[in-house]
Design a protein around this ligand. Structure first.
Ligand code: CO
Ligand code: ZN
Length: 327
């Protein structure tokens, strides 16, 4: 699974540009699912099994990134954020565009380091000598994402875009382990989550599931002077109670807790202040769909170096398989 995590986190795939990610997922799932299709918004929808209920699993394929807004006469790119990005996490980092163009992020002079760092005062330098040279390699609207290698420290893993490629990998691994599911599984690797949970809504509308589970990352409260949050790395999958967008449907939350207890794996209850997941969009689709979330505890979310615990990841796979088995 670490091989897959490395592939999925090192690939390029900001919101709306999920193609390279879906390509890896399709190759990985070949022979393990009954059907695969990519829909209008760019969601990859795969199915497995044909019984009742209809279960939707969602993990978003997109990642946060930047979009070029302007190229100045000296060839520097101005940019805006694609998804939730903090300027302080970006300076000195490298970004890559779909065609392979690389650049580094710089900033205009600041009178005092106490002055707030703002995106408008930052730029991407792709090494071009002037606008004409830059324009040969990038165009306004092109999107870039961070560049960072996948690192395996043994117990913990560091990479860009664990949000939500770790969720994608968990769903892939769970699908492989569910040999003959008794229900109909619709696993959706969703598009455009980071810009407002867009793909998950249209996918849920089309699938009309009886129940849905999103698999996505959540924050932790276990680093120096971090915000208080009762979720930590290595303490098991987090089962969502609420976040900035939703209250998890009680029956899904309870069923996930029961599944974790049957497996005798550690789990944690999650209340996330701010932020949400695909489950938010799914839950309020159609006449309402019971929805819950398995969250992977993740440090440094939305930075180029997110960190997860390898045992948590494995336990998320087991929890998802057991939950679906019990439906
Ligand atoms: Co995110
Ligand atoms: Zn996410």
């Amino acid at each position: 699974m670490k091989e897959l995590l490395k592939k999925l986190t090192e690939v390029y795939g900001p919101s709306g540009n999920e193609g390279p990610v879906l390509h890896i997922l399709q190759k990985e799932l070949k022979g393990h699912v009954d059907s695969m299709k990519i829909d209008v918004l760019g969601n990859l929808i795969v199915t497995k099994g044909r019984g009742k209920p209809r279960v939707m699993l969602a993990a978003h394929a997109d990642e946060i990134g930047v979009a070029v807004t302007h190229i100045d006469k000296n060839g520097f790119l101005r940019f805006t954020n694609v998804g939730g990005l903090r300027p302080v996490n970006m300076l000195g980092h490298r970004v890559r565009f779909q065609n392979g163009t690389l650049g580094t992020i710089g900033e205009e002079k600041r009178d005092s380091l106490k002055d707030e760092l703002k995106l408008e005062k930052m730029y991407i330098d792709i090494g071009a000598r002037d606008k004409a040279e830059a324009a040969k390699r990038v165009a306004v609207g092109d999107m870039g994402c961070f560049v960072q290698p996948f690192v395996d420290t043994g117990s913990r893993l560091i990479a860009k875009a664990f949000d939500d490629r770790v969720g994608c990998a968990i769903v892939v691994e769970a699908l492989k382990r569910m040999r003959k599911p008794a229900c109909s599984i619709f696993a959706v690797f969703t598009a455009q989550e980071e810009v407002g949970v867009r793909g998950a809504r249209t996918a849920a509308y089309g699938i009309k599931p009886d129940v849905a589970v999103a698999v996505d990352i959540t924050g932790t409260g276990d680093t120096p002077e971090s915000r208080t949050m009762a979720v930590g790395l290595g303490k098991g999958p987090a089962i969502k109670v609420m976040d900035g967008g939703m209250l998890a449907s009680p029956q899904v939350k309870e069923a996930l807790i029961a599944a974790a207890k049957r497996l005798r794996i550690p789990y944690q209850l999650e209340v996330l202040i701010g932020g949400t997941t695909d489950a938010w969009g799914i839950q309020v689709t159609l006449e309402g769909i019971p929805s819950g979330v398995i969250s992977i505890p993740t440090r440094y979310a939305h930075t180029p170096s997110e960190m997860v615990d390898a045992r948590d990841v494995e336990n998320c796979v087991r929890l998802l398989v057991e939950y679906v088995r019990s439906l």
